[in-house]
Design a protein around this ligand. Structure first.
Ligand code: CA
Length: 221
């Protein structure tokens, strides 16, 4: 959820947007187009795209995987940060929303860096592992159905090289994870995921309270 950082009060969010958001024009256009869709809340916030692009550049990432494309804001932000020979494996099941993504990837001139696989992401990730690509990725972004977060995480962890990074979206879930009255399945799945990775010795962890909560997990050597 949340196309803005929900922990910032409105006035401070406006200030933040004025002084700290640098959004490429095509991403701004995509955000505006997506905002008209009924599921617009699934789009990530611009400051989050900016953070992910910075991480990708800092890491010198070349091979990335994304679980949950929607209309392509995060994949476009990441693809624009990749080097010319960079590669992004984009996993989703929705043909209509990813058609929007494809249109923007083409307009941005990064379509050749992105391979979209329209299939359940667990299957796509398993196929990558079977193809011998364990350890072959630098960066993964998980932002899809919350009930499968643990399954996506386990597979992405295998696909990453040591020192690689997994970013997981919506880990603060508009605050509902800390609300004892919230007992729905998605909230329960995110709580369980958060507790699991907090105790996982295979990764370094930092939950960044940006947007709807972005958990960064670095695969240890
Ligand atoms: Ca999300």
């Amino acid at each position: 959820m949340s196309t803005r950082s929900f922990l910032l009060p409105e006035r401070l969010a406006q200030y933040y947007a004025q002084v700290a958001v640098r959004e490429p024009p095509l991403l701004a256009e995509l955000r505006a187009e997506t905002a008209r869709l009924p599921m617009a809340r699934m789009q990530i916030a611009p400051e989050q795209g900016q953070l992910m692009a910075m991480l990708v550049r800092l890491m010198g990432a070349r091979r990335c995987v994304e679980v949950g494309v929607f209309t392509g804001y995060s994949s476009l932000a990441v693809a624009l940060a990749l080097p010319a020979d960079g590669y992004l494996l984009a996993c989703d099941v929705a043909e209509d929303w990813t058609a929007v993504a494809r249109r923007y990837w083409a307009r941005a001139g990064v379509a050749h860096r992105i391979e979209l696989r329209l299939a359940p992401a667990l299957d796509t990730l398993d196929a990558e592992l079977r193809a011998g690509r364990a350890g072959g990725y630098d960066f993964a972004f998980i932002d899809a159905d919350k009930g499968n977060y643990e399954g996506y995480y386990e597979r992405c962890l295998q696909l990453l090289r040591a020192g690689g990074l997994i970013a997981v979206d919506n880990t603060l879930w508009s605050g509902r994870v800390a609300d004892p009255a919230a007992g729905d399945e998605d909230t329960a799945a995110i709580r369980q995921f958060n507790e699991r990775v907090a105790a996982d010795p295979r990764v370094d962890l930092c939950l960044v309270p940006i947007a709807d909560g972005l958990t960064l997990l670095r695969k240890r050597e």
